[in-house]
Design a protein around this ligand. Structure first.
Ligand SMILES: [Zn+2]
Length: 545
């Protein structure tokens, strides 16, 4: 049934450090966008991108020995990942970056509001409100009965939101304070004593046309707020801080009584009285937009400390937001690397598969939003692809597709913390720089089973230097959730899929403001996801023949 392009392993492994066009922050500032604030890299989304035509001729390098090759590969991708994490602190930044990256690597944008029609074989992506994303390769010989393979992760991360209903708090003895709200399990002790910047999106109305566009802003490297702990000298034991009254960020101070005088324009703004004048002026300056044109904003307080390599031998990456922008990043690059095989004289016309990635929003708050996994974006796109391909009996064709679909629910998992080895189930924990970890839970908080384990074992057996690791919680502990069980829903998921497998890359300090991963795990994730997309058909066929 499968006619996956014949590509030798040697050829695949020769893609040591692919020439994948990347949107660097300097590119954005210098060339890519019309409207920008050079100091802070503001991006106007509806401006015309200047796309680079992908030059795939350089993607094949001399075949190095695997060890040397992978060292360069892991170094290159860990550096790319650190840049990405430092420059993209919010979900909107993340999805916007990936959209540009995909477009620069030969993927075509499909508006999510339009029916998919007359899709030719090739590479595509679509996004819902720049908060979730689906990208895929579809072959000319693909039929719904051939199924599909998708790698799903979540693109949101724990953060602290500027209160959307108003951040104004009463000044206390000269201190200017910010009204904020936690996103998921943030705003606890771990958010104390950090340099917090302001980043996110600002909705802007064009005065002339009335058109609404979105600008991304990022105050980094400058922090604007700080939540101070109570020093231990006060003798008050503080294991927990009240998030409403004891974790209010300080964003300024003045010890004179001189208040800012609002202009007439500022007085007319709907934000006047809801946010401080100093903050409104800062947002206006950062977005390079008069306050009168700002309709609304969705802004986070983000740790401005850049992601960094560390350890005595540089074994680690220290970063915020690894959960789950580690799997999101590696799955996007895995797909791009996979798609490049079709430039290497492998005609996408003769490919009979549908393979891709899905980045869902809002996993950390339960996924129940229009851009979250429960919103149904993924199954709606699958249905639209089927309707385009099959004009009659589409319902049966959709069922045929989902029955033959393999979905990897990929999310970070807990690496062994050496200080707490007793809380892990013996011999059932992953370590860094080794390989992805399949996750099991008899109570279904994650969905891997024995067939999924065999599938991934066969996939990884062909990847030199990577091991499949295993995670199972102790009986006296509770497993965290992922989008895996949500994707198994019969109404807005792909219930009845051939396989849904929970697997992820290990990190330490999950749900902290700062966590660490192995530096190789970026490249390991990319190699793994690329291999899944390359080999899912032959692997499942070999298991079921
Ligand atoms: Zn997660």
């Amino acid at each position: 049934m499968s006619t996956t392009p014949e590509t030798s392993d040697n050829e695949l492994e020769s893609l040591s450090t692919p020439d994948i066009s990347t949107i660097e922050s300097t590119d954005i500032e210098d060339n890519e966008y019309e409207d920008q604030d050079l100091a802070h890299g503001t991006i106007l989304l509806d401006s015309n991108y200047v796309f680079k035509v992908p030059d795939m001729s350089q993607t094949i390098s001399q075949l190095p020995t695997p060890k040397e090759s992978f060292r360069d590969y892991y170094e290159t991708y860990s550096a790319k990942y650190i840049d990405f994490m430092t420059n993209n602190p919010t979900t909107n930044h993340t999805i916007t970056h990936f959209k540009s990256l995909l477009e620069n690597n030969g993927f075509t944008y499909l508006p999510d509001t339009k029916k998919i029609e007359n899709l030719t074989p090739g590479f595509y992506f679509t996004s819902k409100d720049d908060q979730s994303l689906i990208a895929f390769v579809i072959g000319g010989k693909w039929e719904p009965s051939h199924g599909s393979c998708f790698i799903g992760s979540h693109c949101d991360a724990l953060t602290v939101k500027l209160n959307p209903r108003g951040s104004l708090r009463e000044k206390i003895d000269g201190y200017e304070l910010l009204g904020v709200a936690p996103y998921s399990g943030s705003l606890n002790r771990l958010w104390l004593n950090r340099d917090l910047g302001l980043a996110g999106s600002v909705l802007v109305r064009d005065e002339r046309t009335g058109k609404v566009s979105r600008k991304l802003i990022n105050s980094s490297p400058d922090p604007i707020a700080f939540i101070p702990q109570l020093a231990p000298h006060f003798g008050i034991s503080k294991d927990e801080y009240n998030p409403q009254t004891e974790m209010v960020p300080i964003c300024g101070f003045s010890n004179d009584d001189e208040e800012l005088i609002p202009t007439d324009e500022e007085k007319k703004s709907k934000f006047y009285g809801r946010h401080s004048l100093a903050l409104l002026r800062y947002i206006s300056q950062l977005s390079n937009t008069p306050l009168s044109q700002i309709i609304d904003f969705d802004l986070d307080l983000v740790d401005v400390q850049p992601s960094h390599r560390g350890g005595l031998n540089n074994e680690f990456i220290y970063s915020g937001c690894l959960d789950d922008r580690l799997c999101a990043f590696t799955s996007v690059y895995g797909l791009i690397e996979y798609s490049q095989r079709f430039y290497l004289n492998k005609d996408v016309e003769s490919y009979d598969g549908l393979s891709g990635i899905y980045l869902a929003n809002n996993e950390e708050i339960g996924s129940g939003t229009r851009t979250g996994a429960k919103g149904g974006f993924f199954i709606d796109i699958l249905k639209s692809i089927v309707s385009d391909k099959v004009k009659f009996h589409t319902q049966e064709a959709v069922a045929n597709l989902t029955t033959n679909t393999i979905f990897l629910s990929t999310d970070v998992t807990h690496a062994l913390n050496p200080n707490f080895k007793d809380v892990y189930l013996d011999k059932n924990f992953p370590v860094p720089n080794t390989g992805p970890s399949i996750k099991f839970d008899s109570n279904g908080h994650v969905l891997s089973d024995s067939k999924g384990n065999e599938f991934l074992t066969r996939i990884i057996d062909e990847l030199p230097g990577i091991k499949l690791q295993h995670f199972h919680i102790r009986n006296d502990s509770r497993s965290g959730g992922t989008i895996g069980p949500i994707m198994s829903d019969s109404k807005r998921g792909i219930n009845g899929a051939k396989l849904i497998i929970d697997v992820g890359l290990p990190i330490l300090s999950m749900h902290s403001i700062r966590s660490i991963a192995g530096y190789k795990d970026v490249g390991i994730g990319i190699r793994f996801f690329k291999q899944v997309l390359s080999k899912w058909q032959t692997t499942i066929n070999a298991m079921e023949q």
